[in-house]
Design a protein around this ligand. Structure first.
Ligand code: CA
Length: 221
């Protein structure tokens, strides 16, 4: 899951980046509003964490621009404790949630999960497709109610398929969702993860659609 973090405070940005990486996200960190605006033009983020007080272009303006372009990506804004007007302005400009600084990393991660659930139209905390269950909060997976051990990237690939069950995902789309800028991507990385998932779960779980991409069939979707 690819997340854009926009925060000009080096210490806080660093802490957010580290915390979200540990939670399995691919993190791009921008330190000013203009860079954030440009990144949002080209990269398919699943979610955005946006500070409002930023150099070059305010967070509020970044938010207005992305909503004006019709982007529906969930946005959580970070604001100072006493800046109630910023919060109101941010929510009115299209933010989906906010956190007051200072905040707990665990709370940030939980709010992002809640926003992603809402955005995917799957309100249940536990994802289930056929006999596969995935818990985004605990980072755990079960097949036929037996726990399955997955690497961080395998988990991310499986989560992407389960959130898009019944839809075809191209390799490019999967790579864009899984890897941050500057992260080394082997040319066949996605194929390797899918190969491991089929072996650890079951072979027919992910179908190859020749020349197009991959599909997780969903009988009840
Ligand atoms: Ca700031």
């Amino acid at each position: 899951m690819r997340v854009l973090v926009v925060e000009d405070d080096a210490l806080l940005g660093d802490a957010i980046q580290a915390g979200l990486k540990q939670a399995g996200y691919a993190v791009d960190w921008m330190k000013d509003g203009v860079s954030a605006d440009q990144a949002l033009l080209t990269e398919p983020y699943a979610i955005v964490v946006l500070d409002l007080g930023l150099p070059r272009l305010s967070g509020l303006e970044v938010l207005r621009r992305l909503r004006a372009r019709g982007l529906a990506v969930p946005v959580l804004i970070l604001t100072a404790m006493d800046a109630v007007e910023d919060r109101i302005g941010g929510l009115d400009a299209g933010a989906d949630d906010y956190l007051l600084k200072p905040f707990d990393m665990g709370e940030l991660a939980a709010r992002l999960r809640a926003l992603l659930r809402r955005a995917s139209g799957k309100p249940e905390p536990l994802l289930q497709v056929a006999e596969v269950k995935l818990d985004p909060a605990l980072h755990r997976v079960w097949y036929q109610d037996q726990p399955v051990e997955l690497s961080v990237k395998e988990f991310e690939v499986l989560q992407a398929f389960m959130l898009n069950a019944g839809k075809v995902l191209t390799r490019t789309r999967l790579e864009e969702q899984l890897y941050a800028w500057g992260e080394e991507v082997e040319s066949n990385a996605v194929e390797v993860h899918i190969h491991h998932l089929r072996r650890k779960l079951y072979p027919a779980m992910i179908e190859t659609i020749r020349g197009v991409g991959y599909l997780m069939p969903c009988p009840k979707c």
